[in-house]
Write a protein that binds this ligand. Structure first.
Ligand SMILES: [Zn+2]
Length: 85
């Protein structure tokens, strides 16, 4: 079973559906017993959806996505770059 750090490190891959079933199960097990990580995962999942929607609608001000990506150290738009535009 992964600890909090390991779980959060897999957050982005988890949300992008890039994990093996085995890792995914371990993450689910951790989230079942760890409210803090669950909150973080849910927050990121919602943020990711919101950002994807904004990106496709092209409503995001230039540079804002890069700032958000750097803040969360997460590649929200899936271009493989954290802090890229
Ligand atoms: Zn945890």
């Amino acid at each position: 079973m992964p600890d909090c750090n390991e779980t959060l490190r897999e957050l982005d891959a988890f949300l992008d559906d890039e994990l093996s079933d085995e890792v995914r199960v371990h993450i689910h097990e951790h989230l079942d017993g760890c409210y803090d990580c669950l909150q973080t995962f849910e927050f990121h999942a919602e943020l990711k959806i919101a950002i994807r929607r904004k990106c496709t609608n092209d409503e995001m001000p230039a540079g804002l996505l890069s700032k958000i990506e750097r803040c969360f150290d997460t590649d929200f738009d899936g271009d493989g770059v954290v802090g890229g535009s």
